[in-house]
Design a protein around this ligand. Structure first.
Ligand code: SAT
Ligand code: MN
Length: 594
């Protein structure tokens, strides 16, 4: 055990504090996974689904007050308050440890504590970072085994230098008022107490791969971003890679797995998925930025996923998948969610565990949803029919473009390109999007969400902006081109104008053509804007006039946008990089000239 001394000391410390009846080390083996699944099925923690239709699939319901990330209960516990910055909740570390340890004391009495050694990134690769998560939930163990690389080999890797991220999770009593998701970036430590919902408890994901890793990246000269990564193979066989940042539940999984329209597939275009949620990005060979997906599975939003919107994601969920908070059909042990198809089961059990039929209404006569809007599937990446051959790449994939995007009913046009890297950083920094069900709280409210990292940046957002500017200097001429997209413009009836999904390939095509200097663009007030004729509409029932209606920039709307950005920037005070202030001034001048 000497080699694992740090790990053993960590486990001993929390075993003493949380006082489980038993400690089980997770080794990543199929045999152990099967035993744990049997145990979770026996206790009712998970249900086994139809073994013919959904082999190896499981069903789970979380507590009904525990169905999304809780941003108001999430804290960055840096020693200096300034290092958490104006966009994070902060708690002084000593005070936080005392508070959390008091909640965690004896919380595992009568339970088993599982010790999960896991790797974010391919074990042994230059990008890989290791962690140990302690948890009292088999559901968490089984999900971590899909989402990360769980293996006892990780212990050997940690043995080399003793560095690992410490994750402490307990459901405790699932009390909302004592729910805490705390990151201690300077200590490589995460506490997650009183929750059982994915984003709060699969500590490899947001807590580690974004909050802790963004801090590590800042210190070590790389970036941890809330981005999908996809590859577009052109007819000549060459593949170009792009990374795209969107807030949670804005279609990252759908974009990452898109199937191009016929006019592209006929020419030989193919899209491959490298990742759907997180990208770790470093400078690599040839002075370019390279990205890896540190995860090993997809934790996707179920509602809206169907054979048309995302056939690849649907295929991912056909085996070895865990479904959480979707509708359960006891008659054939399958699952259903809104937007899967038009044939919901007649007699089912909804995500709250109540009997449900397609006509069930609540006390106000409103139709009751069978699946929670943030219900999820946890599916292994290897299930994905379009998984990239570079998924396991040690070096990552070179990025040609970085795309930012959000849900905006009005302001943002379908697509535009930043003038250069620094302008692109500004475009990312001023991103705003309507909130979704992925986080507890109001849905549909526009809020600023820089680089889609508002809930995930583990340090001061001003330093984060500066880090972006610095990364651009590191790669200079080889920097990816930066774009902004908005699939969510609506008409006067509130209906989406752009068809989205696979049709987004048409915009990716324009983006790649811009990267390669193959199409011209108009130097507009907010960036380079496309000429409508350069966006391929072949085979699509969408007129050039409709296209024109969503690619332009409206003076008044953007004057309001500028005002809104000015207010947003005051949040950062003097610490805001001057470059961003300069960019805002230039934007204002250009918009006023419209
Ligand atoms: O719930 S998660 O945080 O894992 C997914 C998301 O909100 O992006
Ligand atoms: Mn996400």
């Amino acid at each position: 055990m000497a080699k694992y001394q740090n790990v053993q000391e960590f486990v001993d410390k929390y075993q003493t504090l949380m006082n489980p009846d038993k400690v089980v080390w997770i080794d990543g083996s199929t045999k152990q996974k099967k035993e744990l699944t049997d145990e979770a099925v026996a206790s009712g923690e998970v249900l086994r689904l139809n073994n013919k239709l959904l082999p190896g699939c499981l069903y789970h319901r979380t507590a009904i007050n525990d169905v999304a990330r809780v941003e108001n209960r999430t804290f960055i516990c840096s020693r200096d308050k300034e290092n958490a910055g104006p966009t994070n909740n902060w708690m002084e570390p000593q005070e936080a440890y005392e508070k959390l340890d008091a909640i965690a004391k004896d919380c595992m009495v009568g339970r088993t504590m599982y010790v999960i050694p896991f790797s974010m990134g391919k074990i042994g690769s230059p990008f890989a970072k290791y962690g140990i998560e302690l948890t009292d939930s088999i559901y968490v163990v089984l999900n971590m085994a899909i989402m990360t690389r769980v293996s006892s080999k990780v212990l050997d890797k940690i043995g080399d230098d003793g560095v690992f991220v410490r994750g402490i999770h307990s459901k405790v009593k699932l009390e909302e008022e004592n729910r805490y998701i705390c990151q201690f970036p300077e200590d490589n430590t995460i506490y997650s107490l009183n929750s059982g919902y994915g984003g709060n408890v699969l500590l490899g994901k947001k807590c580690f791969a974004l909050r802790i890793a963004s801090y590590q990246g800042w210190k070590e000269g790389w970036m941890a971003e809330h981005m999908l990564i996809l590859g577009i193979q052109k007819p000549d066989g060459e593949t170009k890679y792009v990374a795209a940042a969107f807030p949670s539940a804005c279609g990252k999984t759908n974009l990452a797995m898109l199937i191009p329209p016929d006019c592209y597939t006929e020419e030989g275009y193919k899209v491959f998925t490298v990742g759907d949620d997180i990208a770790w990005i470093r400078k690599g060979r040839g002075g370019q930025l390279y990205a890896v997906n540190p995860e090993n599975g997809f934790f996707g939003v179920a509602p809206g996923t169907n054979i048309k919107s995302n056939p690849n994601a649907l295929t991912c969920t056909k085996k070895d998948t865990i479904f959480t908070n979707v509708l359960y059909n006891p008659s054939d042990k399958t699952v259903w969610w809104e937007g899967l198809n038009n044939t919901p089961p007649e007699n089912a059990i909804d995500w709250k565990g109540n009997p449900w039929t397609p006509t069930t209404v609540d006390a106000n006569g409103v139709k009751v949803k069978g699946a929670h809007p943030n219900s999820r599937f946890t599916a292994p990446a290897k299930n994905c029919p379009c998984i990239s051959s570079e998924f396991e790449s040690r070096a990552g994939v070179p990025l040609s473009a970085i795309i930012f995007g959000g849900r905006r009913a009005k302001a943002a046009p379908l697509v535009y390109q930043a003038f250069d890297w620094n302008h692109g950083v500004f475009v990312g920094a001023v991103m705003a999007s309507e909130t979704t069900a992925a986080a507890a709280g109001a849905v549909g409210v526009v809020r600023h969400d820089p680089m889609a990292m508002l809930p995930f940046c583990g340090y001061n957002m001003s330093d984060y902006f500066q880090h972006w500017l610095n990364m651009g200097k590191k790669v200079k001429a080889n920097a990816p081109k930066i774009f902004n997209v908005n699939w969510f413009r609506t008409d006067e009836n509130g209906k989406f104008i752009w068809p989205g999904y696979g049709e987004n390939m048409r915009i990716l095509d324009w983006i790649l053509k811009r990267c390669e200097g193959e199409v011209a663009a108009e130097e507009g007030a907010i960036g380079y804007l496309p000429f409508a004729s350069d966006i391929k509409l072949d085979g699509l029932d969408f007129s050039i006039e409709q296209l024109e209606s969503i690619i332009g920039v409206d003076k008044e709307t953007w004057q309001d946008e500028v005002k809104d950005i000015e207010t947003f920037f005051t949040k950062f005070g003097d610490k805001l990089p001057n470059e961003l202030r300069k960019q805002l001034k230039s934007l204002k001048a250009r918009v006023n000239k419209l």
